[in-house]
Design a protein around this ligand. Structure first.
Ligand SMILES: CC(C)(COP(=O)(O)OP(=O)(O)OC[C@H]1O[C@@H](n2cnc3c(N)ncnc32)[C@H](O)[C@@H]1OP(=O)(O)O)[C@@H](O)C(=O)NCCC(=O)NCCS
Length: 195
């Protein structure tokens, strides 16, 4: 991870932000940011069913920090099973979200930097595909399209045009069909409130 973040830092050396691993001291700031940017509605999304009481995928909770170290952006990825393949075996994948950037810092490339760092890290860690629900007008620039997810369904209401996937390994989602199911590490009881 250090290598990935170093290269992202170098690329954005001119920018007034850095991309970093989230740590436990960031949790309150991250939740406040999500409340400001997305409000209570974020807890009613179908994606939330795949995140509730789970930890993010190992090494795949990232934040953007301003020059003072304050959290101004967040993205996390979650382990899921993306239906089954043609042999009936579960297809491991990642679900990305929420991605959010503090309103005061929008349009500075922070969302894009978080996305590129997350994708690079996921690829380096050997993951095969990333799924998300979001605006294609934003996510297509990172390689996300509806076609690889066309036979998959979210565990609740979703718009097909906004259900997108990026294969990190060619053909990873070929034949993948069915329901997304949470498969990440479970959150221990006492940690639930903080995460
Ligand atoms: C979407 C979001 C993460 C983008 O962050 P950002 O740091 O402003 O993004 P960047 O600076 O990297 O990119 C800005 C570009 O994306 C475009 N963009 C932002 N949101 C967009 C959307 N929903 N659809 C299409 N384009 C979008 C901007 O118009 C801008 O375009 P330009 O480069 O042609 O000027 C941020 O606006 C945000 O937090 N939005 C609210 C939460 C949200 O909708 N999250 C995504 C769904 S989970």
């Amino acid at each position: 991870m250090a290598t990935v973040l170093d290269s992202v830092r170098a690329f954005f050396a001119h920018a007034a932000f850095t991309i970093d691993q989230e740590n436990t001291g960031d949790v309150v700031a991250r939740e406040r940011l999500l409340d400001r940017v997305m409000g209570e509605a974020r807890f009613r999304k179908s994606s939330e069913k795949l995140r509730r009481n789970r930890l993010p995928a190992e090494g795949l909770a990232l934040v953007a920090r301003d020059a003072d170290g304050h959290v101004i952006g967040t993205v996390r990825l979650w382990n899921v099973e993306a239906g089954v393949d043609s042999d009936g075996n579960a297809v491991p994948a990642l679900l990305l979200g929420p991605l959010a950037v503090d309103c005061q810092h929008e349009g500075k490339g922070i969302g894009g930097a978080l996305m590129r760092a997350a994708i690079t890290e996921a690829r380096d860690r050997g993951h095969g595909a990333v799924l998300l629900v979001g605006d294609p007008e934003y996510y297509e620039r990172f390689g996300f399209f509806t076609e690889p997810a066309q036979h998959l369904v979210m565990p609740g209401p979703f718009e097909r045009r906004r259900f997108l996937a990026l294969e990190l390994k060619h053909g990873w989602l070929d034949g993948a069909a069915g329901l997304l199911v949470a498969s990440g590490r479970r959150l221990a009881g006492e940690l639930r409130k903080a995460a």
